[in-house]
Design a protein around this ligand. Structure first.
Ligand code: SAH
Length: 347
């Protein structure tokens, strides 16, 4: 059976027209699901009774199952969801204050079960790739968590590579931000990519107003090939062109994510390479990320984190060092993986 949350408003309008109903019914359905949060078609009382029945026969509307919810000492919460095919995915709720001391609740959502990219520092990459999430499965992570906690931001930084599930990622943004649906502001949505160049062009043209983050981690091609072998078909020069295109077309600032790894990408030369790359983009800020050392990896976190940050600041770059949250519950960046045995020994 089809899931109603796989349909954008436009697609729903086409369906509704095809079933002989006036087009505005699609907006009524959308509003019933995303504004009034109805979980049964029978409760969408703006629709004629007969039509509610017909929809219930045609479409699934249900929300998916929350398997567990684990809270960290720093208030970060990890949700594990079980999908229809028994796959497990994770979303992480991060609470922090912004610079104006306002409480922010950011939900980090997944777009794939596993990931095909095999980045050497990432647990999701290690579990391999199972499948893309359906649009409804991307949206449901948000809807289920929002029932308990008002959310201020969404980041597509959970399991998987959003731009390798481009169509469903795009549609999930369209649905959540649609004024007839949840009406969630696109400026509060960030899509993070490891660097799928052709899709960065498409995103710039097609998913207007969302913020883009790029997991760069090194501006040296040789080092990137080592660290992120799945990206070697997208050379850094091409990536840079695409990022400049994004800035030119959208006028937005790009966030560069840079994991600091000891004696790998934390020297002054590495910083200079990064600065050169960032200055080309112009509208850019840099998030330096403290590496979570996971049992399977040979990398260690940098001992020069603050030094590296200061060096960038002195060269007039906007740089912030980020400490991981939720490490104690395996909810931190790079720790999301649902089928790695916990007994796995370090290599
Ligand atoms: N595939 C997308 C979305 C996943 S985001 C992307 O690569 O951007 C995952 C984020 O978590 C990335 O910024 C990555 O740098 C970070 N991350 C992955 N492994 C990590 C680790 N071991 N320690 C800290 N951050 C990690």
């Amino acid at each position: 059976m089809k899931h109603i949350k796989d349909f954008s408003l436009k697609e729903l309008e086409e369906y509704v027209a095809g079933s002989g109903q006036p087009k505005y019914r699609a907006k009524e359905i959308f509003s019933g699901i995303y504004k009034e949060k109805r979980k049964n078609f029978s409760e969408i009382t703006t629709l004629p009774k007969e039509y509610r029945k017909e929809l219930a026969e045609q479409f699934n509307i249900s929300t998916f199952e929350k398997l567990s919810e684990i809270k960290s000492t720093d208030e970060t919460t990890k949700y594990v969801f079980k999908l229809k095919d028994n796959s497990l995915i994770e979303s992480v709720l991060i609470r922090k204050e912004n610079k104006y001391r306002r409480k922010m609740s950011t939900l980090c959502i997944s777009t794939q079960v596993g990931c095909p990219l095999e980045c050497k520092f990432c647990a999701t990459g290690r579990m391999g790739f199972k499948r893309n999430l359906a649009t409804s499965e991307i949206i449901e992570q948000f809807l289920v968590v929002e029932e308990e906690t008002p959310l201020s931001n969404i980041v597509y930084m959970g399991m998987g590579e959003p731009l390798l599930n481009y169509e469903n990622t795009k549609k999930s943004v369209e649905i959540l931000s649609d004024i007839h649906g949840r009406n969630f502001g696109r400026r509060r949505i960030t899509i993070s990519t490891a660097g799928i160049v052709d899709k960065i062009y498409r995103l710039s043209d097609e998913i207007k107003s969302v913020t883009l983050a790029i997991s760069l981690h090194t501006a040296s091609q040789a080092k990137r090939n080592k660290l992120m072998p799945g990206l070697s078909r997208f050379p850094i020069r091409e990536l840079l062109k695409a990022l400049k295109y994004y800035v030119r077309t959208t006028g937005n600032t790009i966030t560069i994510e840079y994991l600091l790894i000891n004696n790998f990408n934390d020297s002054q030369e590495d910083a200079d390479n990064l600065i050169e790359f960032a200055k080309e983009i112009k509208f850019v800020k840099i998030n330096l990320i403290s590496l979570n050392e996971l049992p399977f990896m040979n990398y260690r976190k940098s001992t020069r984190e603050s030094e590296f940050e200061k060096y960038l600041l002195n060269k007039n770059l906007r740089a912030t060092l980020r400490k991981s949250k939720g490490t104690d519950i395996s909810a931190a960046c790079g720790q999301l993986a649902t089928n790695i045995p916990s007994t796995q020994k370090s290599t």
